[in-house]
Design a protein. Structure first.
Length: 158
């Protein structure tokens, strides 16, 4: 088993030792802390996060320096899906505006590959947007359904 001591790809360990010998604490070595152009902090965080991917020798060497596996982070609970007339109001308006501009330019919606560049430089996939609205037909309010129908998108009876 290779220990990485002579491995040019594993300069991380050497640089980490140098930082610690120079007086740095492990808590101080965060992403952005560099030595000789190498982001030692980022590599340290990656190794702690991906601890199970390290071989036993790598884990042992890091443990000798006081490095431990990163604690598991809890994922934030999913936000409940919004529904009703306010759901996606701004996003809906941007999508409607992009689709309206695309139809004005092309004369019709030609399929799912349609893309419209907006005045702010944002690229909108207008060909996909109506399909997404159809899948969410229980969410748009009557005004949004009427706006879709006015553009030729049939989601439900208005």
């Amino acid at each position: 088993m290779r220990d990485g001591r002579n491995d040019p790809k594993d300069v991380f360990h050497t640089y980490l030792v140098q930082l610690l010998a120079g007086g740095a604490r492990l808590d101080d070595i965060v992403p952005g802390v560099t030595l000789h152009g190498e982001d030692v902090g980022r590599r340290l965080a990656t190794r702690q996060r991906d601890w199970s991917r390290l071989n036993e020798e790598q884990q042992r060497r890091l443990c000798e320096l006081g490095v431990e596996k990163a604690p598991r982070t809890r994922k934030a609970p999913a936000k409940p899906a919004a529904s009703g007339p306010c759901a996606g109001g701004e996003a809906f308006q941007k999508g409607r505006e992009a689709l309206q501009q695309y139809i004005a330019r092309e004369g019709t919606l030609q399929g799912p590959a349609g893309v419209q560049e907006m005045s702010d430089g944002d690229m909108r996939r207008v060909g996909v947007w109506p399909a997404n609205q159809k899948q969410r037909r229980d969410r748009p309010d009557q005004a949004q359904l009427a706006a879709l129908a006015g553009l030729g998108v049939r989601c439900a009876a208005v």
